[in-house]
Design a protein around this ligand. Sequence first.
Ligand code: ZN
Length: 105
Amino acid sequence: MALRIRKGDTVLVLKGRDRGKIGKVKSVEPAKRRVLVEGVNIVKRHLRSRKETEPSGIVEMEAPVPIANVKLICPNCGEPTRVGYRFLEDKRKVRFCKKCGEVIE
Ligand SMILES: [Zn+2]
């Protein structure tokens, strides 16, 4: 099944702690229907060192958020939008913005 959000998309967060934040999609986990968005849903992970020479500590990293909680920002009109699908003349299936109607590559 095709996902409406892809790597490299800019999305708006609709729910949760980071509601209203805008970020770029770093990766998509289709099986879990989650996306990793730059700067969104930052969690602290404790690192335990395996060797005595390595420091242990806390690192901050993004945790994936449900795709349902983000909305694509159209690169053409700059508005948060729903995505539709259409076929081009060469039969390629592409996404398009339901606000401005432009194809989103
Ligand atoms: Zn648009």
